[in-house]
Design a protein around this ligand. Structure first.
Ligand SMILES: *Cc1c(COP(=O)(O)O)cnc(C)c1O
Ligand SMILES: [Zn+2]
Length: 412
């Protein structure tokens, strides 16, 4: 069943057929995928979804593609963890962690957007895929390209963590490290996309790519028993995931999968060293002043976010807010999540935990209302961020007497 009716400009409403295009020719606004919601409302039920395999494609009517997906078949359906021990520390009653640190196959939320973008690129007939990335996107594009047998070029800043670099190169793409930050990488890639005609998942395939992020929101609702939480805290880099999580909640109401009612308040979390959206939010302006990022949270270090404006809009419409976390607070956030819930996230996740803590302390998030913290990436890729922050193992010989001594002297 084809539920996609075309593309539509977010700003002026001009319509376009499905094609590898991403900006409006009339006003340069971003293009978005349009659906026949009446058709979806008639044909898609909770039971239908529940009977499907546990992947993000269980919501296929609300995703692009006119043929069945061909790549990324195992992404999504990550755990929604009831986080009681973390809730106790933060002083709230009902807290969940949506844990994309275990997404398939490359352990971040980017596996959602890439599964959709790459399936769409295959439908379009592209043979080369590419991306500008802060690390996780390159990992996911490289892995999916390997499995699809596509040629792959990835472009990353030259200063990424080793795990992030190896997490791409192991799959055999052409990897290009750029002297500069993500915003420099992105500018170069826009020129390459124009000239070489590849499928850049986050440039010319962007309308399809961003739709994949909705599945994060769909899953939160389904996993709560087709109910929405009151508060959701989402990290912001380029600004894809936050507005799409908001769109997901609205769409579920539009197609009748959840009852009409208040949508969650959505909060943006940024690193203090790269917080242009939070700064604009606090100033009460729509104008996002680009910054030069300087933070350990490299995966969300984007100084000039493409969709920052839509983050502001979604946050304000929902009645939410946003805060930034310093590098120190980010490390503390990583440790807190690890030690209370046994989940090892990267600095982006540490940022979200730290910002949630702030919002609760400020009284922005009431202590008796349900909260979801969005954990979007895996800590095993970014051990540099927490190096020297945990007690080293104590080394002894394999002799019981040595252990006895260690134990009796109280260890450390
Ligand atoms: C890309 C990314 C994000 C959010 O990026 P958006 O561009 O705002 O969608 C958050 N966390 C991690 C770990 C990421 O890699
Ligand atoms: Zn337009």
């Amino acid at each position: 069943m084809n539920t996609v009716t075309g593309l539509r400009c977010r700003e002026c409403g001009q319509e376009y057929p499905v094609a590898p295009v991403h900006v409006c020719e009339l006003c340069f606004g971003p293009l978005e995928v349009e659906y026949d919601y009446a058709l979806i409302r008639r044909s898609l039920s909770r039971q239908t979804i529940a009977a499907r395999p546990a992947s993000l494609w269980r919501y296929q009517e609300l995703l692009p593609l006119s043929r069945p997906p061909t790549i990324g078949l195992h992404s999504g359906c990550t755990p929604l963890v009831k986080a009681d021990r973390l809730a106790a520390v933060l002083g709230v009653d009902e807290l969940y962690v949506k844990d994309d640190s275990v997404n398939h196959p490359t352990f971040s939320y980017k596996d959602r957007v890439v599964s959709v973008a790459m399936s769409q690129a295959l439908e379009f007939g592209f043979e080369t895929v590419s991306c500008a990335s802060t690390g996780n996107l390159a990992n996911s594009v490289s892995a999916h390209a390997a499995r699809a047998g596509l040629r792959c070029w990835i472009f990353i800043p030259a200063d990424l963590e080793q795990g992030k670099v190896m997490g791409s190169t192991i799959y055999g793409p052409r990897a290009i490290a750029i002297h500069g930050n993500y915003d420099d990488v992105n500018r170069l890639c826009s020129e390459i996309a124009d000239k070489y005609g590849w499928a850049f998942v986050n440039i010319n395939i962007r309308p399809y790519y961003t739709e994949g992020a909705k599945t994060y929101g769909f899953e939160i609702a389904e996993q709560l028993g087709w109910r929405l939480p009151r508060h959701v805290v989402v990290p912001t880099a380029g600004g894809t995931i936050l507005p799409k999580v908001a769109k997901a909640f609205e769409e579920l109401q539009t197609v009748g999968l959840i009852e009409d009612g208040p949508v969650p308040r959505i909060y943006t979390a940024q690193a203090a060293g790269s917080a242009p959206v939070v700064t604009a939010l606090h100033k009460g302006t729509d104008l996002i002043d680009p910054v030069k990022p300087n933070t350990i949270a490299k995966s969300i270090a984007i100084g000039n976010p493409a969709d920052g404006y839509y983050v502001l809009q979604a946050v304000r419409e929902s009645g939410g807010w946003g805060e930034a976390a310093t590098d120190e607070e980010i490390v503390a956030g990583i440790q807190l999540l690890a030690r209370t819930e046994g989940i090892f996230t990267e600095p982006a996740g540490g940022t979200t935990v730290a910002v949630t803590k702030k919002l609760i302390e400020q009284g922005r998030i009431p202590r008796d209302e349900s909260v979801v913290i969005c954990i979007t990436g895996n800590g095993y890729k970014t051990i540099e961020a927490v190096a020297g922050q945990s007690a080293e193992p104590q080394t002894i010989n394999a002799r019981l007497a040595e252990f006895d001594t260690l134990y009796q002297t109280g260890g450390r």
